[in-house]
Design a protein around this ligand. Structure first.
Ligand SMILES: Cc1cc2nc3c(=O)[nH]c(=O)nc-3n(C[C@H](O)[C@H](O)[C@H](O)COP(=O)(O)OP(=O)(O)OC[C@H]3O[C@@H](n4cnc5c(N)ncnc54)[C@H](O)[C@@H]3O)c2cc1C
Length: 498
């Protein structure tokens, strides 16, 4: 919860407890306490029995972060591995295929659920940290915010993404592009073992020595292997994060893009940044600073473990500032040495979802023309989009690991992400057309693959990996789920058996 306060404050460029008036801090703390109590009391309780539409349990199980309505035939909340086994047996007996979700952050881009049993897997167990082995066991349904809160007191960090509200399991199964990605590499590489309930009802732990084929495929392979009940990840030393956001008026977009790209070309592996053009409507939870005008936001994070690396991190951010400030001084600059808890708020991901259309893929940008092409769409009012982003790839992300999974590295210089928020003024068809135009314009630089966690709309043809990897993950699926009980959960672009 400190994060919610941190979210608003970080966006407004304020320091909690220093710049905020004490009355506001007390009021906010009281509100947050009420929210925590309400969240605990109203937490959906599972029991593994599949519920019909319109029942409270069905409603709790189909609730998702994404602003889409999920309409499976039956649904239930799963709070323990035993409940998962009971729900699986119930679905098999009723002849229903099985789907899974945790927080529903990906609900908008998965296959339709009609005719299936949906399990909302939220295992009621705490995150357990082994500070000596430097690992954490994460029960399914846990958000990254809760994981970071559990590991930070041990001065340990994990390869989490830009939002503390995203579920750790869905993110890790999809590979995971971390806020520290250029240092950590693909987040799924940090997985030590995965506890899975298989289609035949057997509960197994897959790791490098047991069920190693499943362990390989499930890490980035596109899902549909079984019901994951927990994942154990390797952690790294982390005392602080150098993290923050710089914001400028949108008028400086072209020059800032150029300056950031020039800087990024030789940026050290330790720093991961993102360049965003934003034109956000006034949404609940978004500070006015982000919504009044078109803006440019450059945010980033550096993991810090020692005094030495804190000084190096300060120097790195100083270099970034000196590359960008000659274009124009930022309106806000919140980069500072902070608690690792704050990294999940640097990117200012909204706390609620609204109806949206997105597209994403990886691009190379060696000859600068790709970045110029991206910059040609900078007038977001004209193109009718809310955000266009380039996230810096390379460094550890580009290095395949020897014992990695189906996705252990990604190629390309930048991860492109476009977002449109359809409205009466900008209908969905307009948003889709604009995203299509950008996709076509950037085609010469596309690597041909998308990041599994961000796989786009079902209607956009895309691949998560090459054809030999697709064939291999399909083979593993056929071994562990021969009747295709979980086949609805397989991501588009991860299989040749659509
Ligand atoms: C605001 C926001 C910020 C994001 N930031 C990042 C980021 O920085 N980096 C990044 O890489 N991605 C990011 N994402 C994408 C996110 O990682 C994916 O959407 C991810 O799949 C979400 O996982 P989830 O469990 O929260 O979502 P869900 O929609 O609940 O699950 C997604 C999928 O994971 C699978 N799954 C979930 N739980 C289980 C289970 N127990 N057993 C088996 N399969 C399961 C299912 O196939 C499901 O369809 C972001 C998304 C949003 C909306």
């Amino acid at each position: 919860m400190p994060g919610l306060l941190g979210f608003g404050a970080a966006c407004a460029g304020l320091t909690v407890g220093k710049d905020l008036p004490p009355a506001l801090v007390v009021l906010t703390a009281a509100l947050l306490f009420a929210v925590v109590c309400a969240t605990f009391l109203l937490r959906p309780r599972g029991n593994g029995t599949l519920a019909r539409p319109r029942s409270p349990r069905y409603r709790a199980a189909t609730r998702s972060f994404d602003a889409v309505r999920l309409t499976p035939a039956r649904a239930t909340v799963i709070a323990s591995p035993d409940q998962a086994r009971a729900a699986l047996a119930g679905a098999v007996a009723a002849g229903l295929p099985v789907r899974m979700h945790g927080t529903g952050h990906k609900a908008g881009t998965t296959r339709a659920m009609g005719g299936a049993a949906l399990l909302k897997v939220r295992i009621h167990e705490p995150v357990t940290v082994d500070p000596v082995a430097r690992t954490a066991r994460i029960p399914a349904g846990t958000t990254w915010g809760d994981v970071v809160a559990a590991i930070t007191p041990h001065k340990l960090g994990a390869a989490h993404g830009s939002s503390g509200r995203v579920g750790a399991v869905g993110y890790l199964l999809g590979g995971g592009l971390s806020a520290y990605a250029r240092t950590t590499g693909i987040a799924a590489n940090s997985i030590e073992s995965i506890e899975v309930l298989l289609a035949d009802g057997e509960q197994v732990t897959a790791d490098r020595s047991a069920h190693s084929d499943l362990f390989w495929a499930i890490r980035g392979g596109g899902g549909g292997f079984g019901i994951v009940t927990a994942i154990t990840v390797r952690l790294f030393d982390l005392t602080h994060a150098m993290t923050g956001t710089m914001i400028w008026d949108g008028a400086h977009a072209a020059d800032l893009l150029n300056a950031w790209h020039q800087w990024a070309r030789s940026a050290p592996d330790a720093i991961t940044t993102s360049f965003r053009l934003m034109r956000m409507p006034p949404l609940p939870g978004l500070p006015p600073a982000l919504t009044r005008h078109p803006i440019v936001a450059i945010d980033g994070s550096i993991p810090v473990a020692t005094a030495g690396s804190a000084r190096e991190a300060e120097a790195l951010v100083a270099e970034l500032r000196s590359s960008l400030r000659p274009v124009a001084p930022p309106r806000r600059d919140t980069f500072r040495l902070a608690s690792p808890l704050e990294t999940a708020f640097t990117h200012m991901d909204p706390p609620i979802a609204v109806a949206q259309v997105t597209d994403s893929f990886m691009i190379t940008a060696e000859d600068h023309a790709a970045v110029e092409c991206f910059g040609a769409f900078a007038d977001l009012d004209a193109v009718g989009l809310a955000t266009l982003e380039l996230r810096h790839l390379g460094a550890a992300l580009a290095r395949p690991v020897r014992d990695g999974g189906a996705v252990s590295s990604v190629s390309g210089d930048y991860f492109y992400w476009g977002l449109g928020l359809p409205s009466r003024r900008t209908p969905k068809s307009h948003v889709t057309r604009s995203l299509d135009e950008i996709r076509t314009a950037l085609a010469p630089w596309q690597t041909g693959f998308v990041m599994p966690t961000y796989a786009p709309e079902p209607g956009i043809p895309h691949h998560l990996f090459d054809s030999s990897t697709r064939a291999r993950v399909d083979e593993v699926r056929a071994t562990y789920d021969p009747d295709g009980l979980f086949s609805g959960d397989v991501a588009f672009g991860a299989t040749d058996r659509n």
